[in-house]
Write a protein that binds this ligand. Structure first.
Ligand code: MLT
Length: 252
């Protein structure tokens, strides 16, 4: 049976997923700068798992129940400090380069970010939820192609309330690779938009993404600017990352 591929571009679209029946749908979530890139890197470096939550208060409540967890996340791109969390300094921000084996090996990480963790939570009722990035793109495509889903939803986390160019281009790259394996898969117009945007930009992808709103914000910060180049390293971490129905992202 053929697969229909659809792309969601903005938070308004993924927020609406909570009202949709996703029982027969595989969701692939992209937040390239930086939430899904960071989760994939942390898992590749030995983290036991990630629990994405929407609010800082949820992360703090989880730490009170489980003092062994690490707290990670950002607001405005910066690690969450005591001013936002009632005095609790988070252990990590949202830069994938912080999530080293020494720091995260064997640890469960509670993460809250501006868009990426919300996009993940919006997909909780899906038949399967794949956490994807450029860092694990090919493995993610192979996994999804192997599942032969009837409906495939590529969820872009976006920036603020708007579409994010980097997420859209990665969704397009996913479509390009998937339809090479499965030429009969049907692309809805939203997927065709992402694919054609990727095909237009693929000749100089880093230049295209450096112009994205989120990339420009990171590039302007000396402590964060190297995250952009890092998050574009295609297939650096060839792992599969799946979110369970309980909301835990694990390496498979
Ligand atoms: C997000 O979740 O909106 C992004 O990952 C933000 C960031 O990492 O700066």
């Amino acid at each position: 049976m053929g697969c229909h591929i659809e792309v969601l571009f903005t938070p308004a679209e993924f927020h609406a997923l909570r009202g949709r029946d996703l029982g027969g749908t595989t969701c692939v979530v992209f937040d390239i700068l930086r939430a899904t890139s960071t989760i994939v890197t942390g898992l590749a470096n030995g983290a036991a798992g990630f629990m994405p939550v929407e609010e800082i208060s949820e992360a703090l409540a989880m730490r009170r129940r489980r003092p062994d967890v690490l707290l990670a996340g950002e607001r405005d791109g910066l690690r969450i400090g005591g001013a936002l969390s009632g005095g609790v300094e988070f252990d990590l921000g949202n830069s994938p380069r912080e999530f080293t084996p020494e720091k995260v090996g064997g640890r469960m990480i509670i993460s809250t970010t501006t868009n990426g963790t919300r996009a993940l939570r919006s997909c909780l009722s899906a038949q399967a939820v794949v956490v994807a990035s450029f860092l694990n793109l090919s493995r993610s495509v192979d996994y999804v192609v192997g599942r032969q889903p009837s409906r495939l939803l590529l969820v872009c986390a976006g920036t603020g309330e708007h579409a994010a160019l980097e997420d859209t281009l990665t969704a397009g790259a996913f479509c390009e690779q998937a339809t090479r394996h499965q030429p009969a898969w049907e692309l809805l117009d939203s997927a065709r938009i992402a694919l054609q945007a990727y095909e237009h930009a693929s000749g100089n992808l880093s230049s295209a993404i450096n112009g994205a709103e989120n990339a420009r914000r990171l590039l302007a910060n000396p402590l964060l600017r190297d995250d952009v180049e890092f998050c574009l390293r295609r297939d650096l971490h060839p792992i599969i990352a799946l979110m369970t129905p309980e909301g835990v992202v694990q390496r498979c």
